[in-house]
Design a protein around this ligand. Structure first.
Ligand code: CA
Length: 226
């Protein structure tokens, strides 16, 4: 299956948040454009034609709710995920009234944002390129398959959850607790040595030192490998 990559417009004036979202979504093979103002976002939407818009409500020029209202007034049906730092439920409710598809309160976890986007795209019935690649390793998050070089390897659901978590956090160290959380949906009772057991199975399938142990801290796939 070769679908065109899905295009996402990020409307966010906080440059650091915009950058973090960009990086996380690029890693998921989405094509990204960023706009830092509402006016710019409306212009950009017209020629970029995104499949999804991530919209911050607090923008420096016009309010995010106004951007949303203008899109909907122009009969744009593109799904919109609203980001809001506002604690008051009213802005969220009004965003949903204006036709937002979902919202996420700041601060949020990137993993949650990615999960929400996947949920929206599933509702849209749109196929998303689902392969996470790093070096010789390719994990297909839709087909649940692992390829190392040209070789397809068997991967258990728990190994899959651990590897996906590590690949979503390239360069960061994941503690045992965060990996346990990653496999929690598969395994309601994670025994204390379960992570080590799954990691040891996983490592046999991966290139040497692909997953590094940071003694006393956790595990990482880092960007220093050839
Ligand atoms: Ca803002």
């Amino acid at each position: 299956m070769h679908n065109a990559p899905m295009k996402i417009l990020i409307v966010e004036d906080d440059l650091s948040i915009a950058e973090q979202i960009s990086l996380a979504l690029s890693a998921e093979h989405f094509v990204i454009e960023v706009s830092n103002t509402g006016i710019d976002a409306i212009k950009l939407e017209r020629y970029f034609e995104p499949d999804l818009v991530i919209l911050d409500l607090g923008l420096p020029d016009i309010d995010g709710t106004e951007v949303l209202a203008k899109l909907r007034a122009a009969k744009k049906t593109v799904p919109v995920l609203v980001l809001t730092a506002r604690a008051d439920i009213e802005s969220k409710v009004s965003a949903l009234d204006l036709g937002a598809d979902d919202y996420l309160a700041k601060p949020f976890e990137m993993l949650e944002l990615v999960a929400r986007i996947r949920a929206i795209t599933r509702r849209m019935g749109q196929a998303v390129s689902s392969v996470m690649e790093y070096g010789d390793v390719a994990l297909d998050t839709a087909a649940h398959t692992l390829k190392v070089g040209d070789v397809t390897m068997d991967i258990s659901p728990r190994e899959f959850a651990i590897l996906r978590d590590l690949l979503q956090n390239i360069g960061r160290v994941r503690t045992r607790a965060s990996l346990e959380e990653a496999i929690y949906s598969w395994d309601k009772e994670v025994s204390s040595n379960a992570i080590e057991v799954h990691l040891s199975h996983l490592r046999k399938k991966l290139p040497k030192d692909f997953i590094k142990t940071i003694r006393g801290v956790g595990y990482t796939v880092n960007s220093q490998q050839g």
